[in-house]
Design a protein around this ligand. Structure first.
Ligand code: APR
Length: 248
């Protein structure tokens, strides 16, 4: 299942960058966005994942993100998350570098033990003030309408995730681009590669000579440009990759 020359390339890599998407969390029981039974087949991204949607009906958006938090709190990281922790350990033990860039907001990578995680789309566990941008964790001050507001400036709190049409966190994005530029191997795992600018990272890596490994049961927009496409679930393919590297 794992091409031998892909393993050879990984064994000689000094720097590995990984981009994950919702597919990595699918085997934990967290719905993806664009699979047939995905989130966007059931909910409207403009109503629930945009500032306009939030301003139009903040309670509906806050309730939806509370639901997503509850879903994620009830699941565990899967073998794919755990394998990425082992891959980070494997290359750092050889004085190589490993950067995990994720589009996921569920923090399952961190719960599995991944350390150097770049959350390009934010996370579900924090709220951010829509006025002064202060980050809030858990503490709640409610306005007259019963909606959470910032304890510093009174501005309305919103989930600390990147909504459609919003900029990615600058420092996180810059670090992600640097990792893609410096990578000997770039792994695109569990993402449909349709949401930019995250989908551009693999192309940045490729333009600098990196080998691109895609792990996804289906083909994506990126597949024509990858070095190897491994048509398998991440919870199957990633443990096999790590086992082969550790056995070498
Ligand atoms: N292992 C690997 N890949 C899988 C698995 C699995 N077990 N199950 C599904 N996939 C793949 C699907 O084939 C699909 O290509 O995961 C991909 C999930 O794609 P999307 O649902 O589009 O999720 P993602 O690519 O993360 O979306 C990017 O879009 O809505 C926004 O902000 C949201 O971060 C998200 C961004």
């Amino acid at each position: 299942m794992i091409p031998a020359d892909a393993l050879t390339r990984l064994k000689s890599a000094r720097s590995i960058a990984v981009l994950t998407g919702a597919g990595v969390s699918a085997e934990s029981g967290v719905a993806t966005f664009r699979d047939p039974d995905g989130i966007w087949a059931r909910f409207s991204p403009t109503e629930l994942a945009s500032m306009d949607g939030f301003m139009a009906n903040p309670q509906r958006v806050l309730d939806w993100y509370a639901h997503r938090r509850a879903v994620v709190d009830a699941v565990e990281p899967n073998a794919g998350h755990t394998a990425l922790v082992a891959l980070e350990r494997w290359i750092t033990q050889r004085d190589g570098t490993f950067t995990l860039i994720t589009q996921n907001v569920d923090r399952l990578h961190q719960r599995a033990g991944s350390r150097n995680v770049l959350e390009v789309h934010g996370n579900l566990v924090e709220d951010r003030c829509s006025v002064c941008e202060e980050i809030h964790k858990g503490e709640q001050q409610l306005d007259a309408a019963g909606l959470p507001v910032c304890t510093t400036c009174g501005g309305r709190l919103r989930p600390n995730v990147v909504w459609f049409g919003e900029d990615l966190p600058r420092d996180v994005w810059d670090a992600s681009e640097r990792a893609a530029r410096d990578a000997d191997v770039f792994m695109s795992i569990g993402t449909s590669s349709v949401v930019w600018p995250a989908a551009g990272l693999a192309h940045t890596a490729r333009s600098r000579g990196a080998a691109i490994i895609e792990v996804n049961p289906t083909s994506t927009d990126l597949t024509p440009d990858v070095t190897w496409h491994i048509p398998a679930p991440s919870g199957t393919a990633l443990p096999l990759i790590v086992a082969a590297l550790e056995a070498a």
